[in-house]
Write a protein of this length. Structure first.
Length: 495
């Protein structure tokens, strides 16, 4: 470690965000451009280089965090980039989108604010692109084997890049008109500008990966025919079957799923639309669901000029500190966190009746009511206790011209025909069944990411992509030198 007392001398300093009044008027990333590099070396100095680095175990990729922290503190950016990319194909994605379970597992976090691992990661990734430390790495020779990857989210892209670099000929099939999956049309521009995604795709093209857009396997291409054309198939379609809210009034117009709403706003940013046909402009918006997708809807609605925005979370408001009895270090704790979108809603007072920022905690939706034309106008809710039982006398109504359901996802979409055409077996919860080698019941067909694991984090998605690539490479050649950071049944640390 560069400074043995760095964690004692230097306080934690995060990448500063732009002023709320400025950033809600555009779709650029919320952080101050160029403000990370001047502070990051000292922040990396805070790494203790502890004997047992639990940040490794908290991160499913097994990132070599103490190593690249030390290298950044010495400003050896090239070697830091090498060590970072040794375990992570897309650190500029995780450095912006991952909730950083590694920081929850940081040894320093036992009694101090953790090292800003996520910020250091983003700084290395950005510097690598600026300095040309991350050139395309095409294979020296081709294996003669072919692989189809269905889905171009983080799992599919990671698997495709690993397999291409191993010498296989890889084609990625994507149902949308652009590559990127959820990162393209589900993640708002203010969280990650899409040029980060575009340059990775160009890198992969230069390495030899082929991309087939606007092609939905199961509809545009018969899944069995695709299997017959390739030596192996990787299913990485994600968990796109959204959960429903079965309450009276759900049939009213103006109630939409979050993943119907968010892609339209992203298409406006891409230049496909002048304005979203589902825009929140001038409307009273209620978001049902307290997770990250709900927060993405919140930030989007604020930028579209909503009259008010309220987010409902069925869980009680968490505390500011971890509960050492139920969520001890180094597990990832459920604590009160203020995302950029929640900070914006708080400062702009988008929901005056909310408990904190724009959120109403311990709130359960009872029903919707509408006007004479069948459009939603109110959402009726009630407070619930820890067992989600209604608390008598707490019912109330919120004005709602636009309701967004952000209740999570249960597995792959069954309507595209992929599962049925291949005859894939499913787990009881709706995800694709697989064995310890990521293989499905269909020979040569593998499943990875949210389609098989269930809804998870981007860092787990990339780890799954890298791991399934090793399994496919071994299936095709008899052995593999590719890394496999996780197994199909590994899970985050819990108490």
């Amino acid at each position: 470690m560069a400074d043995p007392k760095g964690f004692m001398r230097t306080p934690r300093q995060d990448w500063p965000r732009r002023p709320v009044e400025e950033r809600v008027r555009d779709w650029d990333e919320v952080y101050v451009p160029g403000a990370l590099l001047p502070i990051i070396s000292k922040q990396a100095d805070r790494c203790m280089d502890c004997g047992v680095p639990f940040c490794h175990y908290a991160c499913p990729l097994g990132n070599l965090i103490p190593e690249w922290n030390d290298l950044v503190s010495r400003e050896d950016w090239r070697t830091a980039s090498d060590r970072l990319h040794a375990t992570n194909n897309f650190p500029e994605f995780t450095g912006r989108l991952c909730p950083a379970p590694c920081e929850a597992g940081c040894v320093l976090a036992i009694n101090q604010p953790a090292v800003t691992i996520k910020n250091v990661e983003a700084a290395i990734a950005d510097r690598a692109w600026e300095e040309g430390f991350s050139p395309p790495r095409p294979p020296e020779r081709l294996s003669g084997r072919t692989v189809a990857v269905i889905g171009s989210g983080p799992t599919g892209l990671a698997a495709a890049q690993q397999l291409t670099r191993a010498g296989h000929t890889v084609a990625v099939y994507e149902k949308d008109d652009r590559i990127g999956g959820l990162m393209r049309y589900g993640i708002p521009e203010f969280k990650m500008e899409k040029h980060h995604l575009d340059r990775r795709i160009e890198q992969m093209r230069a390495e030899g990966t082929k991309f087939r857009t606007s092609t939905q396997v199961g509809r545009d291409v018969v899944a069995a025919d695709l299997r017959a054309r390739y030596d192996a198939v990787v299913i990485a379609t994600g968990a796109t079957a959204w959960r429903e809210l079965h309450v009276p009034g759900r049939e009213l117009t103006g109630i939409h799923q979050a993943m119907e709403y968010l892609p339209l706003a992203n298409r406006v940013c891409e230049g496909d639309l002048e304005a979203s046909p589902m825009s929140a402009s001038g409307k009273h918006v209620v978001i049902v669901g307290g997770g990250d997708t709900g927060a993405d809807c919140l930030g989007t609605a604020v930028r579209e000029g909503a009259a008010s925005v309220t987010q409902l979370d069925i869980y009680a408001q968490p505390g500011a500190e971890r509960d050492e009895d139920t969520e001890p270090w180094p597990t990832y704790p459920k604590i009160y966190r203020l995302s950029a979108a929640h900070e914006e809603a708080r400062d702009l007072e988008t929901a005056p009746a909310a408990d904190a920022d724009a959120r109403l905690f311990a709130a359960s939706t009872l029903r919707f009511t509408g006007d004479g034309s069948g459009h939603v106008r109110s959402l009726h809710l009630v407070e619930v206790d820890a067992a989600r039982r209604p608390v008598e006398g707490t019912g109330r109504a919120l004005p709602a011209d636009l309701v967004l359901l952000a209740l999570g996802f249960s597995g792959p979409d069954r309507e595209d025909g992929l599962v049925e055409q291949l005859g894939l077996e499913l787990e009881p919860r709706g995800t694709i069944a697989r064995d310890m080698d990521f293989a499905t019941n269909v020979p040569g067909v593998f499943a990875a990411g949210d389609a098989a694991r269930g809804q998870s984090l981007i860092v787990w998605a990339i780890a799954e992509g890298r791991a399934v690539a090793e399994a496919v490479d071994r299936h095709l050649t008899g052995s593999s030198r590719l890394p496999a950071p996780i197994g199909p049944y590994d899970r985050p640390m819990t108490a």
